[in-house]
Design a protein around this ligand. Structure first.
Ligand code: ADP
Length: 221
């Protein structure tokens, strides 16, 4: 994968310049879009490979999940409103607001947590149609902290659910499928969660939306 990244960057840079010079050339746009897509895929592959080989270093530290949830929520609220999707963040079932005065911690890597939750949220955003809703729910018990992303999208079949967290698996693997992707995001989320002593899972039924969750041991002082 490493050998792929350098030439790709050397394709992308001149393409970006060409796109600036010839703003209405559709061929350049197509080439640029697909080179960017390929670079994303190569980067994801590299990350995944490093992780599986145990070469990725993790800086574990206490992370306040309430603060983390609020930041993720703010970030996605804007994207959801552009797509006319209702979005809310909750804490143990009640809306999480600026006034919510709570903090609890897990021991993790901020980068890894962000990758996991952003992956769930961007999938939810991708599959939920306009007028639907997405909730980022934080649930806390004495031992566990769970982050759930619930959407009102199409849901996933029993057969699809078996494949969800596997590398390169896409529920709809036809070449004509409606949504583009690599099938790596959820597999990466699973590996990352497990490196932080956590677990991931999904609950879904066709026509009933989906809930993806990641759960970690609560850090008690
Ligand atoms: P990608 O999105 O890049 O294809 P992922 O590993 O993130 O790869 O997801 C794997 C597959 O799981 C997706 O292709 C899609 O079929 C299914 N999926 C993931 N999230 C959702 C969701 N919220 N609703 C419906 N299907 C989903």
């Amino acid at each position: 994968s490493h050998e792929l990244r350098t030439p790709l960057t050397l394709i992308l840079n001149p393409l970006e310049e060409a796109a600036r010079d010839r703003q209405k050339d559709e061929r350049i746009d197509v080439a640029l879009r697909n080179s960017r897509r390929m670079l994303r895929l190569v980067n994801q592959l590299l990350d995944f490979q490093k992780l599986s080989a145990g070469k990725k270093k993790f800086k574990l530290r206490p992370i306040d999940i309430v603060k983390f949830g609020r930041i993720c929520g703010d970030y996605f609220a804007a994207a959801c409103s552009t797509k006319k999707i209702r979005f809310q963040t909750t804490l143990n079932g009640s809306p999480l607001t600026k006034e919510t005065d709570a903090a609890f911690y897990v021991c993790g890597s901020l980068d890894a947590l962000e990758t996991i939750v952003f992956n769930f949220l961007s999938n939810a955003l991708k599959y939920t149609p306009a007028e639907g809703s997405i909730t980022l729910a934080i649930q806390q018990t004495e031992q566990l902290v769970r982050l759930c992303v619930k959407d009102t999208g199409p849901g996933i079949s029993e057969e699809g659910k078996q494949k969800l967290f596997q590398v390169f698996s896409q529920v709809d693997s036809s070449t004509t499928r409606a949504f583009e992707g690599t099938g790596l995001g959820l597999a990466l989320a699973k590996e990352l969660a497990e490196k932080m002593d956590g677990q991931v899972g999904a609950e879904s039924e066709v026509g009933q939306g989906s809930t993806f969750w990641a759960e970690f041991p609560a850090l008690t002082s």
